[in-house]
Design a protein around this ligand. Structure first.
Ligand code: FAD
Length: 504
């Protein structure tokens, strides 16, 4: 008999082996997964509760479901093959590097057989991406080129191969900050059955985690995920574009979709999400093109792109550290009270409370601080991997090691390094902060400033030749000529010491 083996990040009846009406379905809920690192309790609750819910749904429809709760995949497979010797298992190829081989070894060791089917949770197949790269004559990966190619291939927001509205992106319209009294629409509430409280309790009792287990608000069924998508389209898509890069002290989500976790565990598929957004845009006259295009780009462009770059660049990607940064993260990453920096403290608190911040807080606050501080890309990756509900190795690693840490130049041409100026421009954090975004030295100076210039000085050999860094190195030369660099170094050293002693 053939049984579909459904992994915790492949929870879809619409795609993959479950869509082919298998004779039997296997889930293995392995508790050692939960102990592999200090995960956010909401991440564990999300994955295990969503697995149990899908198993219930299948059973309710008369499907023969085997749900093994075991210490490890190996133990779960032992129990399965004892009861069902001779079954062939079929699984979608996991997106995580090396995982398919590990699953095959486990099944082989038990005398079973495993068929690894294509992963249907993405829009672009490995073969299509590889062909696209080959046609680029060995040119480095370019997200912009990939995204345009994907738009043409899919026909999304294009007419005869040209972009709708005449431009491939409308970023110039997407850098607004909301007015002071802006309130984004309320989020939907989901009714949770027995599994969310059950798993939450088990996690609290049995597993060492970091983060708040209460306040759980993530979709854990297909019905929740469909509602989350519909709610985003109806209430937040229209403002998504203009405010997508803004940060707001009183609003942790603004108009972001909050769909990454549902997408990454398979409750939603990228095609349906993108096509629903485009339909919404076509049916309404209050959804601007810059909003729908901005959203489509995140999924058709970035999500697909990082998945394939990861696939091709692993295993080296995970260890990449071209700047040779080696510091551990300071304690404030686990304790928002260890810093008075409003932007950093608030972002850490948001991660602690929900396992989520939006992309600019991830990139321009949490990663930027670690980059300028000199933390190793691997330390930061481990922190993100543990802390976020939507973190899976294939997506967190390229984003953190590549984009956030500039650990590799494989697909980012320059570090996303910024002084306080960026946060001041894109948020209202600085207004309520004890640090001055306009000062670089002195006890009240925003730590981002001295760290920024110190980072540029320290990595001058590696970065000065980068043509995209010419302007900032011109400013650094001015500071050097004015004799400012010693005081900047002193303040940066103080900032690092204060961060280490939980007093920043
Ligand atoms: P929206 O802003 O509403 O965007 C829509 C969707 O686009 C997201 O749901 C997501 O599926 C996709 N998307 C957008 N950007 C990216 C991207 N760079 N890579 C992959 N998908 C993208 N995303 C994760 O899913 N898991 C992670 O662990 C993760 N870690 C990140 C770490 C760093 C340092 C950075 C800079 C980005 C990371 N991202 C990660 C990408 C992005 O920040 C999140 O996908 C997004 O913030 C999720 O919130 P949302 O669903 O509200 O997204």
């Amino acid at each position: 008999m053939t049984a579909a083996w459904v992994l915790g990040d492949q929870l879809s009846r619409e795609r993959g082996p479950l869509a082919d009406d298998p004779d039997r379905v296997l889930f293995v809920e392995a508790s050692d997964f939960a102990r592999r690192r200090r995960y956010h309790p909401q991440k564990l609750t999300l994955v295990f509760a969503a697995m149990r819910n899908l198993a219930d749904d299948l059973r309710a429809d008369g499907v023969d479901v085997v749900y093994e709760r075991a210490d490890s995949f190996g133990d779960g497979l032992d129990a399965y093959f004892d009861a069902h010797p001779g079954d062939e298992l079929v699984v979608q190829r996991p997106a995580t590097h090396g995982a398919a081989d590990r699953l095959r070894e486990l099944v082989d060791a038990r005398g079973g057989s495993l068929r690894v089917a294509e992963n249907e949770q993405f829009l672009c197949s490995p073969a299509a991406f590889d062909e696209w790269v080959d046609d680029r004559d060995g040119d480095a990966y370019s997200h912009e080129a990939f995204y345009r190619w994907m738009r043409r291939e899919t026909g999304y927001l294009t007419t005869d191969g040209d972009p709708e509205g005449g431009a491939w992106n409308y970023d110039d319209q997407n850098r607004e900050t909301p007015p002071d009294d802006y309130e984004s629409p309320a989020l939907p509430d989901f009714e949770y059955g027995e599994h969310v409280p059950e798993v939450r309790e088990w996690v609290a009792e049995e597993v060492d985690t970091w983060g708040d287990s209460e306040g759980f608000g993530w979709p854990v069924t297909r019905e929740h995920a469909e509602r989350a998508l519909a709610d985003f389209l109806e209430n937040r898509l229209a403002d998504f574009g203009p405010y997508e890069d803004a940060m707001f002290a009183d609003d942790w989500h603004l108009d972001h979709s909050l769909l990454s976790a549902a997408l990454n565990v398979g409750l939603l598929g990228p095609r349906e999400v993108v096509e629903a957004a485009i339909s919404e845009y076509r049916e309404r006259d209050d959804v601007p093109l810059n909003s729908v295009e901005g959203f489509v780009r995140q999924i058709v462009g970035w999500r697909e792109f990082v998945r394939h770059v990861y696939r091709r660049e692993m295993p080296a990607l995970a260890d990449a550290n071209q700047l040779g940064q080696s510091r551990d993260l300071p304690p404030l990453y686990w304790d928002s009270d260890a810093t008075e920096m409003e932007c950093v403290g608030s972002a850490i608190e948001r991660v602690h409370d929900r396992g989520y911040t939006h992309h600019i807080e991830r990139l321009m606050v949490l990663s930027n601080f670690a980059l300028l501080y000199g933390a190793s890309p691997q330390a930061l990756n481990e922190w993100f991997y543990g802390g976020f509900v939507d973190a899976f190795h294939w997506v967190v690693t390229p984003n953190v090691v590549g984009m956030g840490s500039f650990g590799t130049a494989a697909f980012t041409t320059k570090p996303y390094a910024a002084s306080a100026n960026y946060v001041d421009r894109m948020s209202d954090f600085c207004a309520g902060c004890q640090y001055d975004p306009d000062s670089t030295t002195g006890a009240n100076a925003c730590p981002f400033n001295s760290l920024y210039w110190d980072f540029l000085t320290e990595h001058e050999d590696a970065l000065r030749a980068n043509h995209r860094m010419g302007l900032v190195y011109g400013h650094l030369d001015d500071k050097r000529d004015a004799g400012d660099l010693a005081a900047i170094r002193e303040r940066a050293d103080d900032v690092r010491s204060l961060a280490e002693s939980e007093d920043l």
